[in-house]
Design a protein around this ligand. Structure first.
Ligand SMILES: Nc1nc2c(c(=O)[nH]1)N[C@H]1C(S)=C(S)[C@@H](COP(=O)(O)OP(=O)(O)OC[C@H]3O[C@@H](n4cnc5c(=O)[nH]c(N)nc54)[C@H](O)[C@@H]3O)O[C@H]1N2
Ligand SMILES: Nc1nc2c(c(=O)[nH]1)N[C@H]1C(S)=C(S)[C@@H](COP(=O)(O)OP(=O)(O)OC[C@H]3O[C@@H](n4cnc5c(=O)[nH]c(N)nc54)[C@H](O)[C@@H]3O)O[C@H]1N2
Ligand code: SF4
Ligand SMILES: [Mo]
Length: 718
């Protein structure tokens, strides 16, 4: 492996007189961009891109550059706190780490003894490079209840890929696909999961054809050869319609389907239910456009589907993913160079092994909340949040008494926020680890100050499917902050897990690297390690599924009692499924399209980012705005049967007149009274978390497909 170098950094140091430069990689989102951290007099002065980074090639986004403002922010939590007033009162007292960890451990040990380990909920949010350490802690504690965003984000891509083709297929941008179909994703802003927008943008610059499936005009849609502006939530119908056309026109890879697909004939029969004229009616897309896109994708020599979270936040979540994998496979692009590759990881200990999933007993696993209801999710250690709120509020099927949230702010980011708030208020004990006080942290009993990526040593990206691992190198220490890994390393020793943790967490990093025959100090000197790159492995090894084939017909789903073939179901709340609602709620609401400066609820305290985007906005088509008497920049009310919030109108031609696009995750760190205005603009006051509205296998919540109304806010109202 190459030892790392500092291209261009030495010149910068000389020019600007920095004392030190540290090579690391960012994690202000899902992470992965290589950086140079420039220091002067012990403080970070600047963060710059690392041109040698194999993932981002020196490019950075505004969040990465603004990381210094997070590190040194005056509101940063810098020592553990204990609540001394009622919940939400904002009354806190400084305590020591020992007192904080001893108190949390004492509570955990007590609840475990009295109600069983399942009464303790561990929680985190999206991938922040701490998930495997949290699972390790929970599995060793014996609780099957780890509440994440996995039911509606990435978890569905993992679980449907594993049951369908063994692992997540990743677009092979390094080999320049001839065509990329971007589906429910806005990569150049989101840089999500294993992907960076730079790779897609370069690929399109070099000539890849681009198809975009998105109800809103995005930068990518604007550049696309074909933009399919579908009705929100109708993705599976569109994908099945494309499959119908590709089969009818014989544009599929006959050798591949004959030898490597399980259930092809049944799938061919199923797609007969989705003729293009019917799909056109369902999706609002012209027939010719659907055919043209299907042909462009199928006829390309190499093509990939860049899939995003929008396809998962729907009632059709699992079947959306499965149909897209079917499209990748039937066009011969699966594991093909320049297509959609099943990359192999480096031979380090993987996230699942580190997470100690095997050490959770069968008996405890069987108690996973919602495991019987949402069986695909349960199989992959994922729970639907409502199952957790219900257990807290009703004590059914058993009481949940305590929660520990590490890097999550569920009051803002889980559906039906009023219910979330009520549940968190009812918990007997709650601990939160975060960078700042948040509306969720305000409901806790103990708050722990967490280190940012600038303040830790770690092995980054080891959960991702691009096959790279990179060293994160500690640049500074802020107050008494500790990384999540370090705090769980210490907490674990206090709850009977001594033999599974280390003197300090560097021992954990060595353990991850052990199969590679190196330790962390040695890894720190390297640029990166990558797994072997091999294509078309299925030709010799088959796919890693029960039949060894691509399971378009899923034997696992069949075993769990679900339809083994994908199908389209109308969204739970739509003008077609709920026509009686449309008088009061005439618009389709999509929520949560990503904005460049924020990462969910994060960064609203950072001047560089907030100045560019001071208020939440909701997109409305100009014709609709005119009809409703709404002008650009005006505060409006958005309402659903669950609640009402306010955001500022943004008049936007790139959205259908019947669709409204609202932002998610808004709170106001500057409003200290009323728990930071957690209700005011929080779109999850409007979203539905009822079981019937969720994907029946994955438990995914439909935060993209709802009905709403919108109107000008009365003057002075809040
Ligand atoms: N309506 C609607 N709701 C959505 C979505 C949507 O599109 N629409 N998207 C959903 C999706 S895809 C996801 S993944 C979830 C995200 O939901 P979450 O991941 O729960 O995100 P946040 O609510 O922003 O909470 C993250 C908190 O962790 C803190 N934090 C950040 N990094 C660290 C760290 O390293 N350690 C610690 N201890 N704390 C840290 C931040 O300061 C912040 O307070 O939201 C979901 N909610
Ligand atoms: N800057 C920034 N980056 C982020 C995040 C962030 O909060 N901020 N969050 C991170 C997380 S956890 C995630 S999951 C990813 C998500 O990143 P992406 O997968 O890119 O998701 P979004 O930008 O939320 O949505 C992508 C597109 O889906 C469209 N869409 C909405 N409804 C539908 C629908 O029914 N069908 C289809 N086909 N499209 C639809 C939206 O218009 C939007 O343009 O981003 C990650 N990166
Ligand atoms: S895309 Fe993510 S990893 Fe890259 S600079 Fe931005 S926040 Fe950091
Ligand atoms: Mo996510």
């Amino acid at each position: 492996m190459p030892e790392f170098k500092y291209s261009n950094a030495e010149k910068e140091v000389e020019m600007y007189g920095y004392d030190e430069v540290i090579k690391s990689h960012c994690r202000m989102c899902h992470g992965g961009c290589g950086v140079h951290i420039y220091k002067k007099e012990g403080k970070i002065e600047k963060i710059g891109g690392d041109p040698d980074c194999p993932i981002a090639h020196g490019t950075l986004c505004p969040k990465g550059i603004a990381s210094t403002q997070i590190a040194y922010h005056p509101d940063r939590l810098t020592h553990p706190l204990k609540r001394v007033g009622p919940k939400g009162s904002g009354q806190w007292e400084k305590i020591s780490w020992d007192e904080a960890l001893d108190t949390i451990a004492e509570k955990m040990n007590g609840y475990k003894k009295e109600y069983g380990a399942e009464s303790i909920l561990m929680g985190y949010g999206t991938g922040r490079d701490n998930e495997s350490v949290i699972y390790r802690f929970a599995n060793l504690l014996g609780t099957p209840n780890v509440l994440t965003a996995g039911h509606l984000c990435y978890g569905p891509r993992i679980s449907t890929s594993v049951i369908t083709c063994g692992s997540i297929p990743v677009v092979d941008y390094e080999s320049q696909p001839d065509c990329v179909m971007v589906w429910g994703n806005n990569l150049v802003i989101a840089n999500s999961d294993e992907y960076k927008g730079e790779a897609l943008a370069v690929s399109v610059d070099k000539g890849s054809k681009l198809i975009v499936v998105d109800p809103r005009m995005t930068r990518l849609a604007a550049r696309a050869d074909i933009w399919l502006q579908l009705r929100p939530g109708t993705d599976t119908a569109l994908a099945l319609g494309m499959a119908n056309y590709i089969i009818a026109e014989e544009l599929y890879d006959k050798e591949f389907v004959a030898n490597h697909v399980h259930g092809w004939d049944e799938f061919v029969e199923r797609v007969q239910d989705y003729p293009i004229d019917k799909v056109s009616d369902i999706t609002w897309l012209p027939e010719e456009q659907i055919k043209e896109a299907a042909r462009m994708f199928a006829e390309a020599d190499t093509a990939g589907i860049q899939w995003g979270v929008a396809i998962e936040q729907q009632i059709n979540c699992a079947d959306n993913n499965r149909t897209l994998i079917a499209l990748m496979g039937m066009t011969g692009n699966l594991d093909k160079k320049g297509g959609q590759v099943l990359f192999e990881n480096a031979k380090n200990r993987n996230a699942s092994e580190f997470g100690a999933h095997k050490l959770l007993s069968k008996e405890q696993r069987a108690k996973r909340l919602g495991g019987d209801r949402f069986r695909l999710a349960g199989h992959f250690a994922i729970i639907n949040p409502k199952c957790a709120w219900d257990a807290i509020l009703t004590e059914e099927p058993y009481p949940v008494k305590m929660a520990m949230f590490i890097s999550s702010n569920p009051v803002l980011t889980r559906a039906n926020a009023s219910e979330v708030y009520k549940a968190l208020e009812k918990l007997e004990f709650m601990a939160v680890a975060d960078f700042f006080m948040t509306p969720t942290a305000e409901l806790a009993d103990i708050v722990l100050p967490a280190s940012t990526w600038l303040e830790m040593d770690y092995i980054g990206d080891f959960w991702k499917r691009h096959g790279y691992i990179l060293a994160r190198r500690k640049a500074i220490q802020v107050g008494e902050c500790r990384s999540d890994h370090e705090m769980l390393n210490e907490l674990g020793k206090r709850v009977g897990q001594e033999e599974y943790w280390w003197d300090d967490f560097e021992g954990g990093l060595d353990y991850i690297l052990e199969p590679l025959g190196i330790n962390f100090q040695e890894f720190k000197k390297m640029d990166y390690i990558r797994g072997e790159v091999n294509y078309e492995k299925y030709k010799t090894k088959g796919f890693s599924t029960p039949t060894g084939k691509l399971e378009i017909y899923s034997t696992m789903l069949e075993k769990w009692g679900y339809d083994p073939l994908p199908k389209y179901v109308e969204p739970h709340e739509s003008p077609i499924s709920k026509p009686e609602m449309t008088d009061k709620y005439p618009f389709i609401l999509v929520t949560g399209a990503r904005s460049p400066g924020f990462f969910h609820t994060e960064n609203r305290q950072l001047p560089w980012l907030r100045e560019q985007h001071p208020d939440p906005f909701v997109e409305i088509h100009p014709d609709t705005a005119r009809r409703l008497g709404i002008s650009n920049g005006q505060w409006v009310s958005i309402e659903s049967p669950r609640g009402k919030v306010r955001q500022k109108a943004k008049i936007f031609e790139g959205i259908h007149p019947q669709v409204i696009g609202a932002q998610h995750a808004w709170w106001y760190p500057e409003k200290k009274e009323g728990n930071y205005g957690w209700k005011e603009s929080n779109i999850n006051m409007l979203t539905d978390n009822s079981y019937e509205s969720c994907d029946p296998a994955m438990g995914s919540t439909s935060v993209r497909t709802l009905l709403c109304n919108i109107y000008p806010e009365k003057q002075g109202a809040k």
